[in-house]
Design a protein around this ligand. Sequence first.
Ligand code: CA
Length: 227
Amino acid sequence: MRGMKVLLIEDDAAIAGAIVDSLEAVSWAVVHEQTGHAGLARIQEGNWDVILLDLGLPDMDGIEVARQARTSQTVPIIVISARGDETDRVLALELGADDYLVKPFGMRELLARIRAVHRRWNQAGQAPQETALTIGDLTVDPRARRAHVTGVEMMLTPKEFDVLYYLALDPGTVHRRETILADVWDMNWYGSTKTLDAHVAALRKKLGNPGWIESVRGVGFRLQAPQ
Ligand code: CA
């Protein structure tokens, strides 16, 4: 998963600021709009991974924003609202919101919800289309959960396989440590990167050439066929 592109529609500056900071800390791109109309205009631009939508907006009800968004765009919507009563919740979900978070909420909770919604959408949208990946002499088959290098099967632990497959999905690209941890281990980015380092070290050994996985200092890792 690449960094996500998030649209935040929220008129409260303090809440919006905290959310923007948290999302940018995990290298996601955030665009912030303060009104329903500005938000809807942004939604029409398309290409969002998720929309975070406040219900109490100055110019219109967020529920109406969700309803209009649904008529034209297929994008996950998470409602963030101080309104916790059942009626709002049911209405928002019926009108097309995918999740509903009642303020105040923690930023870790928000990140987890965004990832979960995003994952559900991707799984629903592009069913079991997983095919084996080939990079140079390396093949990684997600259905069989097996990997071969120069024709020899690699003996991998489940997490080693997950890390290898994750990197192989987008070879040549540097993946941030925090993102790999978050996506492969499904935990927040405060997690220990030692765990990741240990898995990468094991993978390098099993790949038979450390050149397969390059460390980019201070950033993360990149998988590519060794020169
Ligand atoms: Ca508000």
